[in-house]
Design a binder for this molecule. Structure first.
Ligand code: NAD
Length: 420
C-alpha cells in the first residue's frame, strides 16, 4: 500500500468509528487540487536539467491551505497526497483555522550548489505564483527545506505581487517576519503532549529510556528537551546510521550533534570534548534502532518506518510519532495487539503548524510576539488537544490515532456542513 492508501485507510477507520456522514467522508477522500510543474534549470556547469515540483491542496474547509515543502529525491504524488490529508487533519486537531496541503520538488538538494538551490526555489515560486498566497495557500519548511529557502520564496513572491508579502510562507528567518520559537516548535509541542501522556501513564522521566530515529530539526529539539527533563536518550540516528549507548545511561544530544558536525556521522563513538568512547557507544543501523529495547521510541525522520514487517519486533512501550506517517495501518494493528501506545503524528508534531499559524497571524497583524508569548499560546493548544483526544480514546474505546482522527473529523464535518 502506498502512503495515500494508508492515509485513506486511517480516515475510513475513524469515519466508521464515529459514523461520519458519508458525504463528508467522500469530500475528504480526495484532494481538492493537485498541481504539477516542470522546472527547467541551468546548472552551474552550463547544462540544463528539468526538475518536477508539486503542490497538493487537500482541503480548505477550515481556512487557507497550510503545509510544508519537501526537497527529496523520493518526493512523489502519492506521498504528497497523504501528507496533505494529514495536514488537514492536523490543523483540525489543534483547532487552527487552516486547511491542509503539501508540496515539494523531486531533488536531492545536497547535490546542488547554493546558487542552484536558490535558482530552483525561485523558479518553483514563479511556477506556483497563482497557487500560493497569504489567503490561499501558505507553505512552510519540511524535510530538507530551511528558513533560507522560505526567505527566497517570500522574496520571489513579493517581487511578483509588487509588495512585501511575509504571510505567504512561514518558517522564515526572524529578520524578515519569522516567529520567535518556530524552529523548536515541533519538538516543544511534542514535549507538552508527552508531559500530558506521562501524567496519564504515571511514568517517571528519570527511569525512562528513549530511542530517536531522525536527528534533524524535530528529532534534535525533542532530544534536547527530553534530555534536560531527565529522560535517558539511549539511541539516536540520522540518514547515515546511528549510535546506541550500551550502558543505557543516556547521551547528551548536543555532544552527538557536535560529532555529526565535526565527523559527518554520529555512529561508532561518543565524545565529550576530545575524549571519545568507542567501547560503550556503538554504531546502529537505522532499521535496528527501531527494535532497540527502550520505553519510548520516537520516529522523527520519514514515513513508513514502522511496518507490518518490523512492528512485531518493536520493544518500546510508547511510540511518539514526530515524523509524519511513520507507522503503516498494518503496523498499527500489531502495535495495538502488543498494547504499545502510539501517540499519532497529527497530534504529536502539531506544534510546528500551530506556531506556523502564529507566524502567519503576526505577519498579518504586523505585531510580533516574544518567544515566551509564543510558547504561552502554544502550550494550552497542545495540552487541550491531548485532553480532547484522550476523552475520545476512552469514549470510543479506541487508539489515540483513531481518537485524533475522530476529533479532526468532527471539526471538519461542522465546517463543511455549515456551508452546505
Ligand atoms: P530534517 O531534514 O531537519 O531532518 C530529518 C532527519 O532525518 C535528518 O537527521 C536525516 O538525516 C534523518 N533521516 C533521513 N532518513 C533517515 C532514515 N532512513 N533513518 C534515520 N534518519 C533518517 O527534517 P525535520 O524537519 O526534522 O522533519 C522530520 C520529520 O518530521 C518529517 O517526517 C517531517 O514531515 C516531520 N515534521 C516536521 C515538522 C517541522 O516543523 N520541521 C513539523 C511536523 C512534522
Amino acid at each position: 500500500m502506498n502512503a495515500f492508501q494508508n492515509a485513506l485507510k486511517q480516515l475510513k477507520i475513524a469515519a466508521d468509528a464515529m459514523s461520519l456522514d458519508a458525504a463528508v467522508l467522500e469530500i475528504l477522500k480526495n484532494p481538492e487540487r493537485v498541481v504539477e510543474v516542470s522546472l527547467p534549470m541551468r546548472m552551474d556547469d552550463g547544462s540544463l536539467k528539468i526538475f518536477t515540483g508539486y503542490r497538493v491542496q487537500h482541503s480548505n474547509a477550515r481556512g487557507p491551505y497550510k503545509g510544508g515543502l519537501r526537497y527529496h529525491p523520493k518526493v512523489d504524488l502519492n506521498e504528497l497526497r497523504a501528507l496533505a490529508l494529514w495536514m488537514t487533519m492536523k490543523c483540525a486537531v489543534v483547532g487552527i483555522p487552516m486547511g491542509g496541503a503539501k508540496g515539494g520538488i523531486t531533488v536531492d538538494p545536497k547535490k546542488l550548489s547554493a546558487g542552484e538551490l536558490e535558482r530552483l526555489t525561485r523558479s518553483f515560486t514563479r511556477a506556483m505564483k497563482d497557487v500560493f498566497g497569504p489567503e490561499r495557500d501558505v507553505p512552510a519548511p519540511d524535510v530538507n527545506t530551511t528558513p533560507k529557502i522560505m526567505a527566497w520564496i517570500m522574496d520571489e513572491y513579493s517581487k511578483i505581487v509588487g509588495q512585501p508579502a511575509p504571510a505567504v510562507i512561514t518558517g522564515k528567518p526572524i529578520a524578515i517576519g519569522g516567529s520567535a520559537g518556530r524552529e523548536a516548535a515541533t519538538g516543544q509541542g511534542a514535549f507538552y503532549v508527552l508531559e500530558e501522556l506521562v501524567k496519564k501513564l504515571k511514568i517517571q522521566p528519570q527511569k525512562t529510556t528513549v530511542a530517536i530515529q531522525g536527528f534533524g530539526n524535530v528529532g534534535y529539539h525533542m532530544a534536547e528537551l527530553m534530555h534536560k527533563a531527565g529522560y535517558k536518550i539511549i539511541a539516536l540516528s540520522d540518514s547515515q546510521g546511528g549510535i546506541v549507548d550500551l550502558r543505557r545511561r543516556g547521551m547528551d544530544p548536543k555532544n552527538v550533534m557536535e560529532q555529526k558536525h565535526s565527523r559527518g556521522l554520529i555512529g561508532n563513538m561518543y565524545c565529550i570534548g576530545s575524549v571519545c568512547d568507542g567501547t560503550n557507544y556503538k554504531a546502529v543501523a537505522n532499521g535496528k534502532l527501531l527494535e532497540i529495547p527502550c520505553d519510548i521510541l520516537i520516529p522523527a525522520a520519514l514515513e513508513h518506518q514502522i511496518t507490518g514487517k518490523n512492528a512485531g519486533r518493536l520493544k518500546a512501550k510508547i511510540v511518539l510519532e514526530l515524523a509524519n506517517g511513520p507507522t503503516t495501518p498494518e503496523a498499527d494493528e500489531k502495535l495495538k495487539r502488543k498494547k504499545i501506545v502510539v501517540v499519532p503524528d497529527i497530534l504529536a508534531n502539531a506544534g510546528g503548524v500551530t506556531v506556523s499559524y502564529f507566524e502567519w497571524v503576526q505577519n498579518k497583524q504586523g505585531l510580533y510576539w516574544s518567544e515566551a508569548e509564543v510558547l504561552k499560546k502554544l502550550e494550552p493548544v497542545m495540552r487541550q488537544s491531548f485532553s480532547a483526544i484522550w476523552e475520545r480514546h476512552l469514549k470510543y474505546k479506541t487508539t489515540l490515532r483513531v481518537a485524533a482522527f475522530v476529533l479532526a473529523l468532527e471539526r471538519l464535518r461542522d465546517s463543511i456542513q455549515a456551508k452546505s
